[in-house]
Design a protein around this ligand. Structure first.
Ligand code: 13P
Length: 335
């Protein structure tokens, strides 16, 4: 099989018109924060138990086609000795891996950020691939302020995403390209639209320049939303209209699927907004689907409470959100 065929097979297994991606790739500091919210200590064993419960949810593969894992999870096993990525495969869910190493300040661009992890990436990807990962995720983060993102921030972050995506495709791993414009702040929805458009424009310019095959990648963007502290919040209809306009301007039709992050939207909001998008966009060139972390997991985490006797309730909560988002992907969700 050529690398091209390998990438295409992975896209075929991940992209359809009903299923989406579950992001369960929280780094250890991030999962510690999530566990903290339910008073559970983040030990390796607790992380394994929780993620094993998510992965063995019966029927999850009806709604979820891919799962993003953290490095540690690739090597963890359930009590019967089955590797956790294998549990995903058994449900027709493609395992993937977060490969970036988090963010820091971008020198020369106060307020902007940059993501680490390019050094040695090809070797790391080959290792993850041998552990079963068929796709990868890399996130660049863009805070909004009066002067952010700067021109330098836009180009430097785009360059990172393009270099990462090119390395992934070279080793036969499908890249999820994730430029996240943050919801933090008082800015209004139009400012988010303006920044998201600048970001996506720069990202696709860099992807093309680096020779990334747009047919063999997935885009994971934010929706266009007002800042969390903005006094004027937006309806699903407005979010959908403004998000779709930016996507149509910036995302080439060659990209097979757009899988949104949830980024701090409530689970209900995230489903309603996706539904509004799919109702508005009659026959868009790309799938409009999910790659939600919190919006899929929050109710499941609340149900779990660190107690494995709550297994059934945890799985029911996850399955419910997955099912409702699948309906929203088809524009058929009803509140
Ligand atoms: P959220 O949906 O919680 O934003 O997480 C998605 C993700 O993978 C961020 O990188």
């Amino acid at each position: 099989m050529t690398t091209q065929e390998e990438l295409q097979n992975t896209i075929n297994d991940m992209v359809d018109n009903t299923r989406g991606i579950l992001a369960a790739d929280e780094s250890n500091p991030t999962i510690a924060k999530r566990f903290d919210s339910i008073g559970v200590e983040s030990t390796e064993n607790n992380r394994r138990d929780y993620r094993e419960i998510l992965l063995t949810t019966e029927g999850l593969g009806d709604y979820i086609s891919g799962i993003i894992l953290f490095e540690e999870t690739l090597a963890q096993k359930d009590d019967q000795g089955t590797l956790l990525p294998e549990l995903a495969v058994q449900q027709r869910i493609v395992p993937g891996i977060k490969v970036d190493k988090g963010t820091g300040a971008l020198p020369g661009a106060p307020g902007d950020k940059i993501t680490y992890g390019l050094d040695g990436l090809a070797d790391r990807l080959s290792g993850y691939k041998s552990q079963g990962a068929r796709f990868a995720k890399w996130r660049e983060v863009y805070p909004i302020s009066h002067h952010n993102p700067s021109v330098l921030g836009l180009s430097a972050n785009a360059e990172m995403l393009a270099r990462y995506a090119a390395v992934c495709q070279e080793v036969g791993v499908v890249p999820i390209v994730e430029p996240e414009v943050l919801m933090d702040g008082e800015h209004d929805i139009n400012r988010c639209a303006q920044v998201t458009e600048q970001v996506l424009h720069a990202v696709f310019e860099a992807l093309v320049r680096h020779g990334v095959a747009l047919e063999l990648m997935l885009l994971k963007p934010n929706m266009v939303l007002p800042g969390k502290a903005c006094l004027t919040q937006a309806s699903s209809k407005e979010v959908a209209t403004k998000t779709l306009r930016v996507l149509r301007r910036c995302v080439p039709a060659a990209v097979p699927s757009i899988n949104f992050l949830s980024g701090g939207m409530s689970p209900e909001q995230a489903t309603e907004n996706l539904n509004a998008l799919n109702q508005l966009a009659t026959s868009p060139p790309w799938q409009l689907s999910i790659s939600y972390g919190r919006a899929l997991q929050q109710p499941a985490l609340q149900a779990w409470q660190g107690d494995n006797r709550n297994r059934a309730a945890t799985q029911a909560a996850l399955l419910k959100r997955a099912r409702l988002n699948s309906l929203a992907h088809q524009g058929q969700y009803r509140t």
